[in-house]
Write a protein that binds this ligand. Structure first.
Ligand code: ISL
Length: 656
């Protein structure tokens, strides 16, 4: 084999050596990096993705119809939000049977079909694993609540009323913890005279992971799914499964919450005393021996960087990556409904700390949107007509150029925005509905409560995907369970597919860039301009390749020479605005620049920044420069701007 074109010795699922490494050895890490370091995950919230049977609710048949959209985007993994049988109190995050598919969404046979169809296209399927709690209609819970002596009584958290108080009296709950979805975390079961614990809604009772029978039932169910062909799990609130319980079974009150009779119990259930033990046991029982091809993601509200290092240190065998919440909590005060302006300095400090904290050990997920968050273009971007496309692509560039695994939430890739909710009757989400009820009982101003819900409700993320400009946006032929955003005439996938300057086209290029260029996946991160109030800039460095990423998160134009003079000499790898003025950073402009550092520290090549390519261009004699060959890889032909000019060259693999 021609040593210049030999792949790096990275095993079956290997990445090429970093472009620009030339004849240098592959930098440490690139050889052994797991496949998911250069993967992009796409989240499907099935009820809102695509309906195939006209009942107004998305389903597996619908997902099967839209797989070309995912393949065209270039994503590697589909994370499927819950499709299991469920009373749908929390849209499937309340499971009543872990080993089947709800008829609302289709059948197990269709799920098998989905697994096969994804695998044929080179994609993987990650299932949502919701095992902190079940539905109150799960047979385990029904058996558990049947009597105090039920063999499954201890599968859940049952406790008597507070000492000296009668069950059902205000304040008689075993602890003062406030639920994520309003009200106390305990519900009184009159027939048995005890309370059961639910961190979320009362229809989502918490499983007792202290009980080994519970753990082994869960592990057995997980093995069953892996044997069926699924490629891993996104584990819902997995850092809440271990509770801090005293030897005598006592659970502790938390500090009182301002303006509430309830308290904050998080110290008792976030990353509890046995959490690492449980995850290591799960790894041994479920993943050991087959983990290299799988993806395991721990959704962990409240996790710190230090804890995340422990959870994702490969040597400890727990999970591959965390899904953390710090950056999406920066625009809030005492609760998600208490909105504050996002300060850029705080965002940089947070994301920068996560980049630094997981630089040598561990791995993070990168996301703005998911099914629990309002739409990022409305929240962190600018969804006014003039800036919606530019801010959506700017935010995407910022995120996808960080180190970590990016997640695209359905509709984000076409710049879907928040929904113009008119009244409280428009909301369906249990969190929003419960919040409104509690706020009204507490005497809050309904106008103000509604204003916060309009901006922060999870229903913003759950309106149907806008496929085209027809009546229900191509989502359903029936009546959609949640209305389609009225902006779908202009903002839809069909229109963007034809437009090389669209948000969709930009996502395609970002995803291709991560696949092609290991500096995007593995490069070291360094934050620049930490105090600038609008411009977010950083470098990614791998071997001798340096990418400089500059994003203007504002409507103000800046002179690059004043901020980052080094950007003027650099070559544009990918930008989100037309190629006009190298010196000005326009409103919501994002640029990924290559400075191609040489051992002498000088920028390489001196190609003008307007040359949009992922590698050097053909020389005037039609040849690539030394060390390069005409690119043929996926997306290589036009990976960057909207106006490809000359054929770009790709690095030859320098390792032998
Ligand atoms: O949605 C939230 C805030 O609005 C979060 O607090 C959210 O509840 C938390 O991130 C946990 O989310 C996960 O578990 C919930 C479920 O409702 C969410 O959809 C899920 O992502 C309970 O299963």
């Amino acid at each position: 084999m021609d040593p210049e074109n030999a792949p790096c010795p990275m095993g079956a699922e290997s990445a090429p050596c970093p472009m620009g490494a030339e004849s240098a050895p592959c930098p440490m890490g690139a050889e052994s990096a797991p496949w998911w370091t250069r993967a992009v995950v796409y989240q499907v919230y099935p009820r809102s993705f695509q309906d195939s049977d006209g009942d107004g609710i998305g389903d597996l048949g619908g997902i099967l119809q839209r797989l070309d959209h995912l393949a065209d985007l270039g994503v590697d993994v589909l994370w499927l939000s819950p499709i299991y049988p469920s009373p749908q109190a929390d849209n499937g995050y309340d499971i009543s049977d872990y080993q089947d598919v709800d008829p609302l969404f289709g059948s197990l046979a269709q799920l098998d079909e989905l697994i096969a169809a994804l695998h044929r296209r080179g994609m993987k399927l990650v299932m949502d694993l919701v095992v902190n709690h079940t539905s109150d209609e799960h047979p385990w819970f029904e058996e558990s609540r049947a009597s105090r002596t039920s063999p499954k009584r201890d599968w859940y958290w049952w406790r008597p009323p507070r000492r000296g108080m009668a069950g059902g009296d205000p304040g008689a709950e075993p602890t003062n913890w406030q639920s994520f979805f309003s009200g106390p975390m305990w519900d009184y079961d009159e027939p048995s005279g005890e309370y059961y614990l639910h961190l979320f809604d009362r229809r989502q009772p918490d499983l007792n992971w202290e009980n080994p029978e519970v753990r082994h039932a869960v592990y057995s169910m997980m093995r069953w799914w892996l044997d069926r062909g699924v490629d891993g799990f996104r584990m819902d609130v997995i850092n809440m499964i271990s509770k801090d319980v005293a030897a005598d079974g006592h659970l502790h009150d938390g500090p009182p919450l301002h303006g509430s009779a309830l308290g904050d119990g998080s110290a008792s259930y976030l990353c509890g005393p046995r959490i690492h033990e449980f995850l290591q046991e799960m790894h041994r029982e479920v993943f050991a021996g087959r983990d290299a091809a799988l993806l395991t993601v721990g959704e962990m509200p409240g996790v710190t960087v230090e804890q995340a290092r422990l959870f994702t240190d490969p040597g400890r065998a727990e999970v591959d990556m965390v899904f953390q919440f710090e950056h999406v909590g920066l625009d809030q005060g005492s609760s998600k409904w208490d909105l504050r302006p996002l300060r850029m300095r705080d965002l940089k400090a947070s994301l920068g700390r996560w980049q630094a904290g997981l630089a040598d050990v561990g791995w993070n997920s990168l996301y703005w949107d998911n099914h629990d968050q309002p739409r990022a273009v409305s929240r962190f971007g600018d969804d006014s007509p003039a800036f919606r496309r530019d801010s959506a692509t700017c935010l995407a560039t910022l995120l996808h150029l960080h180190r970590g695994t990016p997640y695209v939430y359905q509709g984000q890739e076409i710049g879907m925005a928040n929904y113009p909710f008119a009244s409280v009757d428009d909301f369906r989400d249990i969190e929003s509905v419960n919040h409104f009820g509690t706020a009204m009982v507490a005497g809050q101003d309904p106008i103000a409560v509604l204003a916060a819900m309009r901006r922060m409700s999870r229903d913003n993320a759950r309106t149907p995907v806008q496929w085209d400009d027809t009546e229900h946006a191509g989502f359903t032929l029936g009546t959609p369970w949640l209305p389609v955003n009225p902006d779908h005439g202009e903002w839809n996938a069909a229109a963007q597919r034809k437009d090389d300057t669209s948000v969709l086209a930009h996502y395609r290029r970002l995803i291709a860039l991560r696949h092609e260029n290991p500096v995007v996946a593995l490069g070291d991160f360094a934050m620049l301009l930490p105090d600038h109030e609008h411009v977010y800039a950083f470098t990614r460095t791998l071997g001798r390749e340096v990418l400089l990423v500059v994003c203007n998160l504002s409507r103000t134009t800046y002179r690059l020479a004043d901020l980052l003079p080094q950007a003027l000499d650099a070559r544009l790898v990918l930008g989100n605005l037309p190629d006009e003025d190298a010196e000005l950073l326009r409103p919501w402009e994002a640029r990924v620049l290559s400075t191609w550092s040489r051992p002498d520290g000088r920028a390489r090549g001196g190609t003008h920044a307007r040359d949009r390519s992922a590698g050097p261009r053909l020389r005037t004699d039609g040849q690539c420069p030394a060390g390069y060959t005409t690119g043929t890889g996926r997306g290589r032909e036009r990976p960057t701007g909207t106006r490809a000019r000359r054929t770009p060259c790709a690095a030859r693999h320098p390792c032998s």
